[in-house]
Design a protein around this ligand. Structure first.
Ligand code: RP5
Length: 168
């Protein structure tokens, strides 16, 4: 099967967090391809990957990077595919630098920016699934099931809390 999502990271040190994006996609049966490619250290390679992605059947690109994080913006400049950016807390500024670098794109080149760190990486996977689900009924159904699962989990937690409160 051809992967529908391309996950790019600025460094292999980003993988511990970006694995969340891949896991969220895998939970919904969506295959993702993962590569290390830096906007600064390997600009040619990054541009080529972004330019070739759509032609290979990729539908969404997720970019995770820390520090002066230009990866998502550089990739978005090279493709018409939707690009989701995950700011990573890998510098002394704990991701605030990456958040601002990723979210503050000038008008004309959109990057959908998620939260800093693991929550952002997981949500990037879930958002990519929702984008793919608009044209894929099977994925849309899996997204619906994931939401229903989450509802049941919250209800179970509330029921447990109510039982605890009642007996205290
Ligand atoms: C960024 O610099 C990467 O995305 C990573 O978050 C950070 C540090 O990279 P390494 O020095 O660990 O390779 O470009």
């Amino acid at each position: 099967m051809n992967p529908k999502v391309l996950i790019l990271m600025g460094s292999d040190s980003d993988w511990a967090i970006m694995a969340e994006a891949r896991a969220a996609l895998a939970d919904l049966g969506i295959e993702a391809e993962v590569h290390v490619s830096s906007a600064h250290r390997t600009p040619e390679r990054t541009g080529k990957m972004a330019r070739e992605a759509a032609g290979r059947g990729i539908q969404v690109i997720i970019c995770g990077a820390g520090a002066a994080a230009h990866l998502a913006g550089v990739v978005a400049a090279e493709t018409e595919l939707p690009v989701l950016g995950v700011p990573l807390p890998s510098s002394d500024l704990q991701g605030l630098d990456a958040l601002l670098a990723t979210v503050q794109m000038p008008a004309g080149v959109p990057v959908g920016t998620l939260a800093i760190g693991k929550a952002g990486a997981r949500n990037a996977g879930l958002l990519a699934a929702r984008i793919i689900g608009r044209a894929d009924g099977v994925v849309a159904e899996r997204v619906r099931e994931q939401r229903a699962r989450m509802t049941r989990e919250v209800e179970a937690k509330d029921a447990a809390l109510q039982a605890k409160l009642a007996s205290s």
